[in-house]
Design a protein around this ligand. Structure first.
Ligand code: 5BU
Length: 287
């Protein structure tokens, strides 16, 4: 999907409001917490910690926790997972003030995802503030996850677009994803999208009053300052392109940060991305 590369296209939309000013538009508790947290820490950086050992994950988190609003996990790649790791992560999230996003990409029928979210080895809903789902199974996936997550004040993002070359989440698929989120917004669980731009504005409701009343948060992966992609189809844009040009709210950065060698380099890169993301956000709301 080609999103507008001109921020003026977002005029009179929520893209020009501060994170704080957008809090009243949220129906989801986790979304309100995230907006408050971003403003408080002056950070719209989510660090994706894609390492395979628990102690390495905690080490990266200790290094970047102060710079980010969120830590994103793929908990199923951790070889030595126990619930102690989850407990430690939650403890660090309170000490260092960030939220936890398990990038689980649920994609099954409601009954199954409900079990995958609540149970098994990982018990994701017990420690992860936010998770995400593919819309492909239909509305039941939202209903199933909400039955577990809503009572715990968790939040859900729908995958409306992806960053990788040749992905199928485009056009009609993205439009119907937006419509699915819209159908569930008032229930207070779905609060946004994983996307490359402001998909709910690209596919806006026909009634301007309805468009005015709604807000969704956009979290965007595929962010890098030094390289344009990897050998397996990942595509990177800069924080400025993602936040200022395309109007996304949160930048998700993985290897660009945790992939550095020394402790200091990891800390420095986290600050570099935090600053890049935050400056682009400030320029956007001032523009
Ligand atoms: P990277 O190291 O910054 O390329 O990591 C990006 C992370 O975001 C990684 O955990 C992916 O699984 C995740 N991701 C993505 O890269 N692109 C997408 O469209 C989605 C998730 Br959805």
């Amino acid at each position: 999907m080609a999103h507008s590369t001109n921020s003026s296209a977002h005029s009179r939309t929520k893209a020009h409001l501060s994170f704080t000013a957008r809090i009243p538009y949220q129906n989801n508790v986790a979304a309100k917490r995230l907006l408050e947290l971003m403003e408080r820490k002056q950070s719209n950086l989510c660090v994706s910690v894609d390492v395979t050992k628990g102690r390495d994950m905690l080490e990266v988190v200790r290094r970047v926790g102060k710079s980010c609003c969120m830590i994103k996990t793929h908990i199923d790649i951790i070889e030595d997972f126990t619930m102690d790791l989850a407990d430690e992560l939650v403890k660090l999230s309170k000490e260092l003030d960030f939220m936890i996003f398990e990038d689980r990409k649920f994609a099954d029928i409601g009954n199954t995802v409900q079990l995958q979210y609540s149970s098994g080895v990982h018990k994701i809903a017990s420690w992860s503030d936010i998770t995400n789902a593919h819309p492909i199974p239909g509305d039941g996936i939202v209903t199933g996850l909400a039955a577990v997550g809503k009572p715990l004040d968790r939040g859900l993002l729908l995958l409306a677009e992806m960053s990788s070359k040749g992905n199928l989440a485009t056009g009609e698929y993205t439009r119907t994803t937006v419509e699915m989120a819209r159908r569930h917004r008032s229930e207070g669980f779905v609060f946004g999208f994983i996307a490359q731009g402001r998909v709910h504005e690209t596919y806006a409701p026909s009634d301007p009053a309805a468009a005015n009343a709604e807000d969704f948060l956009i979290l965007s992966p595929g962010v890098g300052l030094d390289v344009k992609g990897d050998k397996m189809g990942q595509q990177y844009r800069t924080p400025h392109e993602v936040v200022f040009d395309s109007g996304c709210d949160v930048i998700i950065v993985g290897r660009g940060i945790y992939g550095k060698n020394t402790e200091q380099e990891v800390r420095d890169e986290a600050e570099r991305y935090r600053e890049g993301g935050w400056k682009a956000y400030q320029a956007r709301i001032q523009g």
